[in-house]
Design a protein around this ligand. Structure first.
Ligand SMILES: Cc1cc2nc3c(=O)[nH]c(=O)nc-3n(C[C@H](O)[C@H](O)[C@H](O)COP(=O)(O)OP(=O)(O)OC[C@H]3O[C@@H](n4cnc5c(N)ncnc54)[C@H](O)[C@@H]3O)c2cc1C
Ligand code: SF4
Length: 349
């Protein structure tokens, strides 16, 4: 898999080896193109390496990743991990990527799949992340679920867990007006898993509105209420504090019942949204293809959603906007199709 980097111009260079990059590499290779994929981390897979079971059907994230890797023909795709791309430019009709160790790699077409980063919850001080113990993010809860061990900082079994939705999304104060699409269903999934691990736990989920936008999402939501007794409360949490016995105190308003809510829980989980990753922001800015939030802007959302304003430069996946994994994979397929058409068109001219 990690063959020598080739300095010969390739058909396609893919920057980012998450679900989008891996899927597009497989499709392009199937279509007969030679692809070099550059991934900055030690392992390919992107966020699949951080998730345990995926919503809505609890598929194993590791198996999804293995399947993506299995579909890469070794004679036409080379995957290079630990290879961070720092600069991109176009010279003499070719796209060039400069890596952190100073190598220059070229290709006729380039696909950017540099993805997203979870919102930094420290920016929402009022929720107490890194201020109070036992305020954690959904990313940290996912890791605990994967280890089968949900515990408070003191090592105790939590008797109660609250979830706050829309942390860093749909939020004027942090400048992110968009919805991150995945966090409502992620809270539903994690609350089901938490109940399976801790049958006695009481759970509360504070939401603005619930956006169950995918197939089978609504069913999971109903299941979380009816079978696992998760209590969904419509209202935004205004503040959190540490109670005298070290629990997390939450103040909110229940906007359906028009009454204040005050409770104490053992664990507070912040459902963090999705922001453009640092490289996504950098490349989008430098190439003049940034949307107002730093995600990649495609040439035309309706008719050319993987092309950009630059010939031979394409974008796919959650570097464009928050997407689920199935939607990311479909987007990567579409990108591979657009790139193949671009390359075929060049050779027949
Ligand atoms: C808390 C949370 C839970 C989620 N759970 C689910 C779920 O259960 N089911 C589901 O369908 N979706 C889920 N999602 C969404 C899912 O993670 C995304 O759809 C998916 O990761 C998008 O894949 P991607 O390839 O676009 O980006 P990423 O997974 O972010 O991959 C991008 C890759 O690019 C690499 N990269 C970045 N910059 C560079 C660079 N300069 N040089 C080289 N490589 C670089 C990164 O290291 C990374 O490997 C969840 C999201 C969140 C926030
Ligand atoms: S998916 Fe749900 S929690 Fe996430 S930003 Fe949208 S409404 Fe908020």
């Amino acid at each position: 898999m990690d063959a020598q980097l080739s300095n010969q111009p390739m058909d396609v260079l893919i920057i980012g080896g998450g679900p989008a990059g891996l899927e597009a590499a497989g499709r392009l290779a199937q279509a007969g193109f030679h692809v070099q994929l550059l991934e900055k981390e030690a392992l390919p897979g992107g966020k699949l390496n951080q998730w345990d079971k995926l919503f809505p059907d609890f598929h194993d994230a590791k198996e999804v990743k293995e399947e993506l890797l299995r579909k890469l023909p070794q004679d036409r795709v080379s995957v290079h991990c630990g290879t961070e791309v720092r600069q991109l430019r176009r010279e003499d009709g070719l796209w060039t990527a400069e890596t952190a160790d100073g190598q220059h790699l070229q290709a006729s077409a380039m696909l950017l799949t540099t993805g997203f980063e979870p919102f930094d919850a420290k920016r929402k001080e009022e929720y107490g992340y890194r201020i109070y113990p036992n305020v954690i993010t959904s990313v940290e809860l996912e890791q605990m679920i994967g280890e089968g061990n949900i515990r408070t900082t003191e090592g105790k079994v939590p008797q109660s867990i609250a979830y706050i939705q829309c942390v860093g999304s749909r939020d004027e104060k942090v400048g992110n007006h968009y919805c991150s699409v995945n966090c409502c269903i992620c809270a539903v999934k994690q609350s089901i898993e938490a109940k399976q691990l801790l049958p006695e736990v009481r759970q509360y989920c504070f939401y603005m509105d619930l956006r169950m936008t995918g197939q089978h999402f609504e069913e999971r939501y109903r299941e979380s209420q009816e079978k696992h007794h998760v209590n969904f409360i419509r209202g935004r949490v205004s503040e959190t504090a540490l109670s005298q016995d070290g629990r997390i105190q939450i103040k909110a308003e229940d906007t359906l019942l028009s009454r204040p809510v005050k409770m104490e829980v053992d664990l507070l989980v912040l459902m963090v949204g999705m922001e453009a990753s640092p490289s996504t922001k950098q490349f989008a800015q430098e190439l003049g293809i940034a949307d107002p939030y730093g995600f990649y802007l495609s040439a035309d959302r309706e008719s050319a959603d993987n092309a950009t304003a630059h010939p031979g430069l394409f974008v796919a996946g959650s570097g464009k906007r928050p997407l689920s994994i199935p939607k990311t994979l479909k987007d990567a397929d579409a990108a591979a199709w657009e790139i193949a058409a671009y390359l075929n068109n060049r050779t027949t001219k």
